[in-house]
Ligand binder design. Structure first.
Ligand SMILES: Cc1cc2nc3c(=O)[nH]c(=O)nc-3n(C[C@H](O)[C@H](O)[C@H](O)COP(=O)(O)OP(=O)(O)OC[C@H]3O[C@@H](n4cnc5c(N)ncnc54)[C@H](O)[C@@H]3O)c2cc1C
Length: 389
């Protein structure tokens, strides 16, 4: 039988364990986030963010794909399903999950010393310690190679960090920050406990997107760190870029969650809203919109599955992640905007989730590499010519 919620039968691709994880995360998000998120969004704050982090930790959703140190060791497909279900409720909460697991924890897990892993990962996996990831600076976003934040070694071997990071998710609530800085040996990553003297993280207010998410500036004013605060296993931009590739993979799935909610909302609305004496779902123009939305939604989910399987097989390339992020976020935002038109005036109201998702996706379109950056990554891979500069 044709299922309007799964027209391609993608559910058949899942194992019982995949479905159990998906359903658990879906139920948690419906219970703990959905009833409150419009209010958080309107107020521009998440009052219980630390409690939410702990609950996500007990679900095994933080650093989900990592192994050992209290992490769940789930598959890439399972991590993706969790991202989709969380983002189906709000991109801001998925951002918390992505930054914690795919950026901050992943950096320590992949490039950290054994001491750093033992010190930080179990608490982060449990959601007791929130992490952030500082790469972007006020004057260096798409081109992080030009970063100015500088770490200098003093005579005793300590590092002294000075600089500013901008637009940092979780910054003001983080207990630990992964900060990327220029050094005499190239770009290095530092594990910075946020209670160090000289560290502050003022929150960025007045956002019109990702309002149910903490975004901050990081100010590093001669923050002194011991010699072993550096991530020992990587030098150069390869470090942050491989973390970003991991997080982008989660976004490929997550964006489809936001799109799914908008599609489902528009479908239900079109069936019940009557104009000219009949449901608007009966008009050909509305059906064309719904059909196109469904095609892009389920193509995007299928693409996410394909990339997840490649990741689980150890065969996912960064260009393929760019392919997925470029397509899925761009299509998701289009689906949300089309859903908004189907809802008419109600489309702009916070009573419905559509405008909230659409404005959230404006951030998702920009962070973790803008549309243009992913076009350039793919353009370079296709032509062999680097057009970045
Ligand atoms: C809500 C939110 C949360 C974020 N969280 C984090 C975080 O946790 N950690 C972190 O480090 N960063 C974070 N960011 C920052 C994000 O990664 C950057 O905003 C992003 O990389 C783009 O940088 P920028 O804003 O400086 O734009 P710019 O790099 O200044 O780009 C501006 C425009 O120019 C285009 N452009 C730039 N170079 C080229 C080129 N060569 N060719 C064609 N077009 C080009 C871009 O595509 C874009 O359209 C966050 C951003 C937001 C909005």
């Amino acid at each position: 039988m044709f299922d309007p919620h799964d027209p391609l039968g993608i559910d058949d691709l899942l194992t019982d364990e995949d479905r159990a994880i998906r359903d658990t995360v879906r139920a948690w998000a419906a219970d703990r986030v959905l009833p409150h998120v419009a209010d958080w969004y309107e107020r521009g704050e998440i009052p219980g963010i630390r409690e939410l982090a702990r609950e996500l930790g007990s679900l095994g959703a933080l650093g989900m794909q990592l192994t050992g140190y209290g992490c769940a060791g789930s598959s890439a497909v399972q991590y993706g399903l969790a991202c989709l279900e969380v983002e189906a409720v709000d991109s801001g909460i998925r951002s918390l999950v992505s930054v914690q697991g795919s950026l901050a924890m992943y950096a320590i897990h992949r490039f950290g010393s054994e001491e750093q892993k033992l010190r930080w990962l179990p608490g982060m996996a449990a959601g007791e310690i929130i992490g952030c990831f500082g790469l972007t600076e006020p004057d260096h976003g798409s081109d992080p190679a030009g970063m100015r934040t500088y770490a200098k070694r003093d005579a005793g071997g300590d590092w002294v960090l000075t600089g500013r990071k901008m637009w940092i998710t979780n910054g003001s609530v983080a207990g630990v920050a992964i900060v990327w800085a220029r050094t005499d040996e190239g770009i290095r990553g530092f594990v910075v406990p946020t209670d160090r003297p000289g560290f502050s993280a003022p929150e960025i207010r007045h956002k019109w997107s990702l309002r149910a998410s903490v975004t901050s500036e990081l100010v590093l004013d001669e923050v002194r760190l011991p010699a072993d605060a550096v991530l020992p296993e990587v030098t150069g931009l390869r470090g942050p870029l491989s973390c970003l590739s991991h997080a982008r993979y989660g976004i490929v799935w997550g964006a489809m969650g936001a799109a799914r909610t908008c599609f489902e909302t528009a479908l239900a609305y079109a069936r019940s809203r009557e104009q000219f004496g009949r449901p608007i779902a009966g008009f050909q123009l509305t059906q064309a919109k719904l059909a196109d939305m469904a095609v892009e939604l389920h193509k995007g989910i299928l693409l996410a599955h394909h990339l997840g399987r490649r990741m689980d097989a150890g065969r996912l390339r960064p260009e393929q992640v760019s392919f997925g992020k470029l397509n899925n976020v761009r299509e998701a935002i289009e689906i949300c905007r089309t859903a908004r038109t189907i809802l008419g005036a109600n489309g702009i109201s916070l009573e419905y989730p559509v405008m909230r998702h659409a404005t959230n996706l404006e951030s998702v379109l920009t962070y973790e590499g803008t549309v243009e950056m992913h076009q350039l990554v793919l353009g370079k891979a296709l032509t062999g010519v680097d057009a970045f500069r």
